[in-house]
Design a protein around this ligand. Sequence first.
Ligand SMILES: *[C@@H]1O[C@H](CO)[C@@H](O)[C@H](O)[C@H]1NC(C)=O
Length: 336
Amino acid sequence: MTDASREEHTQRETAFYLFTQQRLPACKPVLTPAWVITIFLFTGFIFIPVGLVTLRASRSVVEIVERYDAECVPEPFSIDKVSYIQDDSIPKNCTLFLKVNKYMKAPIHIYYQLDNYYQNHRRYVKSRSDQQLLHGQKYQSTSSCQPVEFNNDQPIVPCGLIAWSLFNDTFSFIRERAKLKVNRKNIAWKSDREHKFGKNVYPFNFQNGTLIGGGKLNPRIPLSDQEDLIVWMRTSALPSFRKLYGRIEEDLDADDVVVVHLMNNYNTYSFGGKKKLVLSTSSWLGGRNDFLGLAYVFVGSSSLILALVFLLLHLKYRRPYGDTSYLPWNRKSLSG
Ligand SMILES: *[C@@H]1O[C@H](CO)[C@@H](O)[C@H](O)[C@H]1NC(C)=O
């Protein structure tokens, strides 16, 4: 053996020895009481202010929520709402009065909220063809769309239950006898408009069957510009959800009364769903939601309480660290 190879050999052996004996250099932090208490205090002091700022942002959002599915059904039909909604000869218009309690700064987002609507049902979620939405009729393997795939032996574009059940209530807003301008553009994700719904794909043979599911689509507008459809087709994970309808681009003052003229078309009565109209401002954190702020404050205050408890314990039962006579087996031999 040459010197060099012998050296390499012993080096390898030492490394192996260190490894098997678990003596490799490593970071072994010792969590002394001082460290633990400092870490908890630090967490508390960071999390509580962050939580308060977040809560404040959420509370600054002004929201008006109005349920309208029940009161928009005329008195004689209140026992049998389903027959009202299914009868096309009865006018479906309805008027709501929304009182603004607090100044609302534009843009004011308009949402419709549906409750007890399971857009997350497996058979429903799968009932679409993303390839068809992008490429149109020339894409033909649309079996996932069944039972809304063909009508009169012609393919349906867009096919599937999701598109077929498009929400079709409409809203317009009036304040002091002047129409409030509602911007209905840019309500869908840009990535959806550009990459998931075709620019050259036009609705075809849609809602032509005997049973009408929901909203109709203008066959002269390509899918990439049918933003209501795009919003609707981003299915919600929870049975209670809001979808963006448009934005009011004027401020509303406290004590304003907004008159809403709506068409109550969509049938949620047959499955006991609720419909609500929501007007909401937004903050840098989005809409109103206290959860994040409360979570921060909760974690922060728990840390502070733990820090306090540990500090008191530490002061009360002080002892030297690493004293092996405190180990249970050693204690037993001491006493025994
Ligand atoms: C709206 O959808 C309902 C189904 O929920 C349908 O019966 C009705 O014909 C549709 N109305 C319009 C105007 O599209």
